[in-house]
Design a protein around this ligand. Sequence first.
Ligand code: ATP
Ligand code: MG
Length: 180
Amino acid sequence: MPVPEEGAARGLIIVYTGDGKGKTTAAFGLALRALGRGRRVKVIQFLKGRPSGEVLAAQRWLPLLSVEQAGGESLVDPRALSPEDRQRAAAGWSSACAAVSSGQWDVVVLDELNVAVNFGLIPLAEVLEMVRRKPSAVDLVLTGRGAPPELIQLADLVTEMREVKHPFRKGVPARTGIDL
Ligand code: ATP
Ligand code: MG
């Protein structure tokens, strides 16, 4: 088996999944780390349209971190998908494919992609095809609960966040600056 040269940049397929908290924040943590090393990072968030703290921080403090939101104002209801939901997801997906193949980005984060696939907004076959064909140098980070087994199989690094405790269970609502 060939041994990669030292320093040879082979990008990884990284998946953050599971039902516990920390997937999106882990992806942004990794984005921050990459940015600090001069890498060019693109984040596309599926299903989300409202800027959360990390998006606001990027807008205000991190002009080199490109964040695109491919969702609407309201939450997507998987039992009642609207034409707008489909259109936004499709637009996010074409933007994701373009970002991965463009050569413009070293790291591409597709936040909540797994959820968009599970909602039937993006075909799994297309995701697997894109992941298989990604340029070797690109690090690709895919997040969201319920990662499909086929994706887990393709990935190099998979972390499953498992809920041990979450304040939500005690009725504590989402907190600005912690959850959004
Ligand atoms: P974070 O964005 O904080 O890293 P996440 O990406 O792992 O969380 P998601 O599945 O994307 O979590 O859920 C989005 C929102 O739901 C976040 O506000 C998060 O705090 C909250 N959340 C995450 N895990 C749980 C849980 N087990 N129970 C209730 N709410 C949760
Ligand atoms: Mg998330």
